[in-house]
Write a protein of this length. Sequence first.
Length: 121
Amino acid sequence: MSEVAQIDTKGGFMKLLTQAIIKKMPPLYSTDSTPDAKIVCKFFAPWSSWTWYVTEGQLEEDGDWLFFGLVVDGHEKELGYFIMSELESVSGPGGLKIERDLHFGNHRLLRDFTASNKKER
């Protein structure tokens, strides 16, 4: 299993999951009763419209991170689970990798990313 994030300062890969993010990450199922969960971080594929908004996550026994959140492919939006190793395994044109949005502010899942919301993020 790879490290908690893509860490390779010589190769130029971004650290996807920092200790600061881990500290504020609610465990899985902990926001089930919260009607408008806070988005902890945003991952995206810089060569496409795929985006993953994380609302919860936990370290699994196998060392991988399991996340819950909103997945957007440009046409569809779906709540679901995804794992860090899947994000790390994706390669785009020229070897591009999934990145974390360093400038993503404070957003709430329903308020900011519902189908009726016309704003682009």
